[in-house]
Every structure is written in structure tokens, then in C-alpha cells.
Design a protein around this ligand. Structure first.
Ligand code: GDP
Ligand code: MG
Length: 352
């Protein structure tokens, strides 16, 4: 959980440390001194009291989890790999949680959170990335060592190279007798993937062999990626998928990339808007707020459900959101025509 020490906050806000400390002490929440780590809600108390409001955020820069997606040719083991990684999560399958299918989840590895997204429409997400928005930080390219490089493997290699996506190669199905690791490596090289520069690991997604090594490589790769994000800013992110639930109505799984979304936060995407009335973690656990990098499913949508792949933005007030929803300004990211996109973008930025 991101924090700031009392002294540091005072420096950032350019007020006397004593003042900040006295505000905190007056809340009687707990004991404070200048070195106490304080968290978002407490920072908010301080800034509210000081009348600073929303314009504080640089103190709240935090590192979000890296967002990892698994790509590769059909049947090479993507789903199996995601399932094996998900099963390493002990928190899952706890009794009393609302069971649901979500294709994104967070893996804890050596004290670090790593977010995996299973996006059925990889192509759509690649497109978004190509237009400058970043949704996937690291790609795991899965290759079946029995089949070697196949058409979609080549597509992924192209994507990785063109957009310079930090990647890890998972040479899969090494438990099978037919697996030919050397041949597969050679084919990857022939297709322009330099295994000298890109980390790779031999795995069995099915048996779970070497998944710890894979996770370590992913974490190491993520160290080279700028994952700083602003917790204090207005939430924005992407819609991953939508579904319906009996008691909650329309749901959308979102991936926030900035800010903290809370119960009551209003967001809009395309022509739809949502006053968040429930937030569910992939485990099914209900929470009151969610930070960047953590996929979650939210309820409270009005005017239909948003489109997966679209951006969402937050609005301070419902009227703002309604205005934004009327002009589907954030559709600009998806607009193919360059001129049109520029115009839509301008409109979008003006709306903000
Ligand atoms: P996807 O299309 O890339 O999602 O591939 P799947 O995960 O559905 O896997 C395709 C088939 O390969 C399934 O029958 C899996 O059980 C099998 N498979 C995946 N990984 C392994 C592995 O490491 N070893 C073996 N023997 N089979 C695997
Ligand atoms: Mg699959």
C-alpha cells in the first residue's frame, strides 16, 4: 500500500510539519509522529483540512503491478499456463466468495504483485497500444516445442519487435517426448527473435515445471519498465470485458491505470456511465476501493455496458459524466482515420 511519511507530506505540501501533525493527531485515528507512514485516506483528511482538495497528487506516486499478457499460437498452451499461474494463488477458492469467471488475476511472487490479463481480443489491445496508450507492459510468448514457430507465433514476434514490448519466451510442453527445444529456438532466431537479448525458459504449463523461473524473469523484466502511477489523480483505465450477474446487473471488468476508484466514483466509457456500486476482486472478494494495476469487476452501469478495449475516465459529478457520455469522446483512441482521430482527441482533451 502506498504511503507517505508525515514529514515528507508536509514538505510536499509546503506547510509546516507541525501543522500536518496536529491535524492528524486531532483525528484521533491513531498515534502519529513525523516519521509515521500515512495512507491515502489520512492524506485526504490532511488536504481536506488544509483546503487543498484534489491538487496534491505528486506525493502519491506509486509503483503499480506490471501488466502481463500471454500470447502465442492456438493450442500452444496459453490458457493452460494462465490456469497454472492462477492456481498458485492460494486466496482463490476461499469459501464464501462470489464465484465468477474473470480472465484477469493477480499473482503474488516474492512479495510482488503481477497482474495477468487474458484478453480474448489481443489484436484490439495491440491496436490500442500502437496508438500510444499502454495496456500491457510485458508479453509472455508461449511456443509449443513440439510444433515450433507457427503463423501466430510470427505475428507475436512482429508485435514484440515493432512496439518493443519487453518479453519473455516460454518454451512450452517440455514434458512431452516430441519436444524439440533446440529446433524451436532455432526457428525463433530465424524469425527474428534474438534469444540472446530476450530471456527464455523451458516450461511445462501443464505440470507447472519452471513457472517460478518464468515468474522471476517476468519480475526482472518489469524492473526495467516505468510503472509509476499517480494515485491522487482522476481514475482512468481500460475496459477488459463485460458480463451480467443475477443481483448486480451489468458488470464490467476494468483495469484501472491511474487514481483510486471507490464506491460512488463515477466513470464513463464511450456512451455508457457507471456510478460504482460494487467492486469485486478476481477472487470474488468485495472491496471499497481499488488502485491502479489491479483488475476488478464493477457494478453500477447505466445506459448499457461499455465496450471491451475502450478507455474509461472518471468524472467528478454525474452531470459531467452524462455530458461526456453524450459525446463519446474517448472513442478517439479507436478511430482509424488520422485526421478524425486528431479532432476527436482535441475534443476529448478539451472536455477534460
Ligand atoms: P491455447 O490455445 O494456447 O490456450 O492452448 P491450451 O492451453 O488450450 O492448450 C492446448 C492443449 O495443449 C491442451 O490439451 C493442453 O492440455 C495441452 N498443453 C498445454 N500445455 C502443455 C504442457 O506443458 N504439456 C503438455 N503435455 N500439454 C500441454
Ligand atoms: Mg486458450
Amino acid at each position: 500500500q502506498p504511503y507517505v511519511r508525515v514529514l515528507h507530506l508536509a514538505e510536499k505540501l509546503q506547510v509546516s510539519p507541525k501543522k500536518v501533525l496536529s491535524i492528524l493527531i486531532n483525528t484521533e485515528i491513531r498515534e502519529y509522529n513525523l516519521a509515521t507512514k500515512i495512507f491515502h485516506s489520512e492524506i485526504k483528511l490532511v488536504t481536506d483540512e488544509l483546503g487543498i482538495g484534489q491538487s496534491i497528487p505528486s506525493v502519491l506516486i506509486t509503483r503499480r503491478p506490471p501488466i502481463v499478457s500471454v500470447m502465442g499460437h492456438v493450442d500452444h498452451g496459453k490458457t493452460t499456463l494462465l490456469d497454472s499461474l492462477r492456481n498458485t494463488n492460494v486466496a482463490e477458492n476461499e469459501p464464501g466468495l462470489i464465484t465468477q469467471h474473470v480472465s484477469s488475476f493477480v499473482v503474488k511472487f516474492e512479495g510482488r504483485d503481477v497482474t495477468f490479463i487474458d484478453t480474448p481480443g489481443h489484436a484490439a489491445f495491440a491496436g490500442i497500444r500502437g496508438r500510444g496508450a499502454k495496456i500491457n507492459d510485458i508479453t509472455i510468448l508461449v511456443v509449443d516445442c513440439c510444433e515450433g514457430v507457427q503463423p501466430q507465433t510470427k505475428e507475436v514476434i512482429r508485435l514484440i519487435k515493432e512496439f518493443r514490448i519487453p518479453s519473455v519466451v516460454a518454451l512450452n510442453k517440455i514434458d512431452k517426448d516430441e519436444a524439440n527445444i533446440e529446433k524451436t529456438e532455432q526457428e525463433l532466431q530465424e524469425n527474428g527473435l534474438e534469444l540472446m537479448n530476450i530471456p527464455s525458459v523451458q516450461i511445462s504449463a501443464l505440470r507447472g515445471d519452471n513457472l517460478d523461473i518464468l515468474m522471476r524473469l517476468v519480475v526482472t523484466e518489469s524492473d526495467g519498465v516505468n510503472l509509476d502511477t499517480d494515485l491522487g489523480g482522476n481514475p482512468f483505465g481500460f475496459i477488459l470485458e463485460t458480463s451480467k450477474a443475477r443481483y448486480l446487473g451489468g458488470l464490467a471488468t476494468i483495469l484501472p491505470l491511474r487514481g483510486i476508484a471507490r464506491l460512488g466514483t463515477i466513470i464513463s466509457s464511450g456512451r455508457t456511465l457507471c456510478r460504482i456500486k460494487a467492486i469485486l476482486l478476481p477472487s470474488g472478494e468485495k472491496v471499497k476501493e481499488i488502485g491502479p494495476g489491479y483488475p476488478c469487476t464493477i457494478a453500477g452501469w447505466r445506459q448499457g455496458l461499455p465496450n471491451p478495449g475502450l478507455k474509461f475516465i472518471s468524472a467528478e459529478k454525474l452531470v459531467d459524466a452524462k455530458r461526456m457520455a453524450k459525446v463519446p469522446a474517448n472513442l478517439w483512441v479507436l478511430e482509424k482515420n488520422k485526421r478524425k482521430r486528431q479532432i476527436l482527441k482535441k475534443l476529448f482533451l478539451a472536455e477534460k
